[in-house]
Design a protein around this ligand. Structure first.
Ligand code: SF4
Length: 349
């Protein structure tokens, strides 16, 4: 079996949104999400804007403190609220005498892990300090983690990082505004790589780029992974991009993970109605196949995560919704080896 690098179990992220006492309101951004990522793997996470993908990525890095759940990185428990069941490697809750087994309350100091667990942000311009040169932006991470013992070593490291992401040595003296969007994203990637990470959350890293540049940046992510053995959580709203880079793909809707499978399996044999609608929206180059492909258009808007629908959160837009869907939260179940989905009526969808 492949070695797990990261495992999140029953992760919740609720943000307070006003009100007092029992009228206190919460934005339920991430609700009971569990998955693992193997070493050297890319897990894609897709869904419409506001579905909780980015919050999941930031919460597992503990840039946001989780409301509840467990985060295990490289065998070490980084966070455990102590009140959610422990899961085995197949995603099933571990039982003791028929009762769920619970972990111990834990919240470790993240500083030793900050170096290994990095993030590349969506908006390369907003995430780079406009007053710093690119050399200083990349060098800052080297300084913070004391990764160079001399000025010369620091300089050489910056140069090799810029080269690694397809920039040249002269770029080190320039400021972010002097670069194109694609180049700025390369600077953001060089900054993340400066600390020799093992795991990178790629948070919509190509959404702000021109389509012509997106393929270049995706290819670069793949090359870097092959060279450095990196592990990615690749977040994007565009399934057509995610399918190229991911080994497995998870689909989120309104804070819930609704389906997760091997990339090929998910694209060609989706089982959840929401995944099916996302896949039907992928543009097809061949006009004949495109005509034969039936687009599944969803009606209505995504409901507010402040007050999500009862039962299945997708039910207000699902063509197969029944009374059971309003009454019960669908269970996360394995429909075939390694293929999971949460829906009461998979046979209809
Ligand atoms: Fe649709 Fe019901 Fe399945 Fe939800 S549980 S996706 S509402 S059929």
């Amino acid at each position: 079996m492949s070695e797990r690098l990261l495992k999140i179990e029953h992760l919740y992220q609720y943000f307070p949104a006003g009100g007092f006492g029992k009228h206190k309101k919460y934005v339920q951004a991430v609700d009971d999400v569990s998955f693992f990522i193997n070493k050297g793997e890319t897990l894609g996470l897709v869904g419409e804007s506001g579905c909780g993908k980015t919050t999941t990525g930031r919460t597992l890095l503990r840039l946001y403190e989780p409301t509840k759940g467990r985060i295990v990185y490289d065998g070490k428990v980084l966070f455990d609220s102590g009140d959610v069941p422990v899961m085995d490697d197949d995603g099933k809750d571990i039982l003791e005498n028929g009762q769920p087994k619970f972990g111990a309350k834990t919240s470790v100091d993240m500083r030793p892990y900050r170096r290994e667990m990095q993030i590349v942000f969506q908006d390369p311009y907003a995430s780079l300090d406009p007053r710093m040169t690119v050399g200083d932006i990349v060098g800052e991470a080297i300084d913070i983690h004391k990764l160079a013992s001399s000025k010369e070593e620091r300089y050489n490291k910056i140069q090799s990082l810029l080269q690694c992401v397809g920039l040249n040595s002269e770029h080190a003296n320039r400021y972010p505004h002097e670069f194109s969007g694609g180049q700025r994203q390369r600077v953001g990637i060089a900054r993340a790589l400066a600390v020799d990470p093992k795991f990178i959350v790629c948070d919509e890293p190509i959404s702000a780029l021109d389509v012509s540049i997106q393929a270049q940046v995706v290819n670069m992510f793949e090359d870097l992974q092959a060279e450095m053995g990196l592990t990615y959580l690749f977040i994007a709203h565009d399934l057509s991009v995610v399918k190229h880079i991911s080994n497995r793909i998870g689909v989120m809707y309104l804070g819930k993970l609704v389906e997760l499978a091997d990339s090929y399996e998910l694209i060609f044999h989706p089982v959840h109605p929401y995944t099916k609608s996302l896949i039907s929206a992928i543009p097809i180059a061949d006009p004949k196949t495109a005509r034969a492909n039936k687009r599944i258009a969803l009606e209505g808007d995504v409901p507010s995560p402040l007050n999500p629908p009862s039962g299945c959160r997708f039910r207000t837009r699902c063509p197969y919704a029944t009374e059971q869907c309003a009454a019960e939260v669908p269970k996360w179940r394995e429909v075939s080896a390694g293929h999971y989905a949460a829906c009461h009526h998979l046979e209809k969808a």
